[in-house]
Design a protein around this ligand. Sequence first.
Ligand SMILES: Cc1ncc(C[n+]2csc(CCOP(=O)(O)OP(=O)(O)O)c2C)c(N)n1
Ligand SMILES: [Mg+2]
Length: 552
Amino acid sequence: MPNGAQALMQTLADAGIEVCFSNPGTSEMHFVAALDSEPRMRAVLTLFEGVATGAADGYARMADKPAATLLHLGCGLGNGLANLHNARKGKVPIVNIVGDHATYHVPLDAQLQSDIETVARNVSPGFVRTSSSTEALCRDAVDAVVAARGLPGQVATLILPADVSWREGGQPCPPPPAPTPSSADDATVAQIAALLRSDGRCALLLGGRALREPALIEAAKIAAKSGVKVLAEVFPTRLERGAGRPPVERLAYLAELAGVQLAGLDHLILVDAKSPVSFFAYPGKASDLVPEGCKVHTLSRPDQDAAASLQALARALDADAASPALQPAGRPGRPRGKLTAEKVCKAIGHLMPERAIIVDEAITSGLMLPKMTAGCPPHDLITLTGGAIGQGLPNAVGAAIACPDRPVLALIGDGTAMYTIQALWTLAREQLDVTAIIFANASYSVLNVELERVGAERIGPKARSQLDIGGPRLDFARLAQGMGVHGVRTDRAEDFCHALEYALSHPGPHLIEALIPESLSGAKRRILPWMLRALPNLPKPVAMALKRKLAP
Ligand SMILES: Cc1ncc(C[n+]2csc(CCOP(=O)(O)OP(=O)(O)O)c2C)c(N)n1
Ligand SMILES: [Mg+2]
């Protein structure tokens, strides 16, 4: 009979889990040893738990099924928490295997003893279980996989005491078939169809799975027939976009700009999306972004099939045969001269390869990315769903493992890059086809904008210094080289284009450090809060034009 760990490994593989992103310790040694008993399981070592969890997130977004993580007790899980939070917000499935002390060792309160379940509950509220016996372990694991894969996907945490892992008597357990999700019922579809036929101004707000191509096409057909506005949530888990696909207008990050997009609506119809709220609260500003008098309806909940629900709505509106508006192909020209964030985005638009996966954690430097890449060949866009930075490089690891035949471009702010810089080492070790582009503006630039926006009284040098990462100057090209990744540094658009062409034509990983000024600085930054405050009082076309200029 296999031991617990071997049976668990087989059970996970039987349930379709093929990758384990790990950072192990002593309590996980039997699980580590069991990796060699299961040829279907790929083991990917990361040098920090935040890389393991972020990689599992990126993997699941692209593979549409969970990976496992292997984490070391409460502290290891805690180190991985920020990216598990991002996965939770993105409704992404992950199965955490967290090692624990042997059951009889727990009461002794040894050095690494901590309350793992409490750490886990924050990110996996739907499933936290400490397996209590080797016999029950595989049943527990199947329950974890079932909970994780959803719909909606979620983070499930299985805590594995060392003795449960090492004892004989493991009993592999087959997974149940995945259930077929329901779609919106007839009454809901009929009610929403009636709204779309009425005189009221309506918008569909798409999130989660509704941002994949099949759902987008249905939404675009509905829009072609009924004139409904189609919006996407601010930070999509995975948005399928590019030439030949229906374009969709994303809600803006800045609440004031989102307010302009939502102004005047009578009905907001949610499709696998949350009703929109401001990212943060600001003194004197509304947190709920739904305009006064606008009613919120739900076509499809996160546990339902968004594409099928939209298809039912299209049928109810006789829109099945309507022609959806599709994004025409087109790329920006080749940028020249001194490098800026906008020129980096332009170069990416100019050179983006076919079937790319774009991970966007460029923060302020990515403002022009949507515009510059709209007409590029079809690609997937992964964004920062939970706002906890340090997601992008780990996501790129996971996305590249999920889709080994697709190029991955990870666009990362310099501040953000340092949270999980260890991901570079895993990129090199696994020889992943990832090009990381670091927007080196030597600043936590977005926080400078926020400092102006929150209305802080006086901003002194001590405050400013907390947002300035320019001294000592980070050297990302050398950090990359130190972790086995080919790295270059550039401050000219011509050189950047050459570096990107080289990276895209030679298997990765690569890192290109783009030395750029802040996108929002000086007068632009000072005027921004005033402009945002003025927006609600401007005529809508003027306000929309300003919105498009600031955040296209
Ligand atoms: C886990 C976590 N810690 C801190 C923050 C606060 N935060 C938001 S953006 C940011 C700095 C981003 O800097 P950078 O990546 O250089 O982008 P830039 O603002 O320069 O465009 C920080 C520290 C956060 N969002 N998440
Ligand atoms: Mg920065």
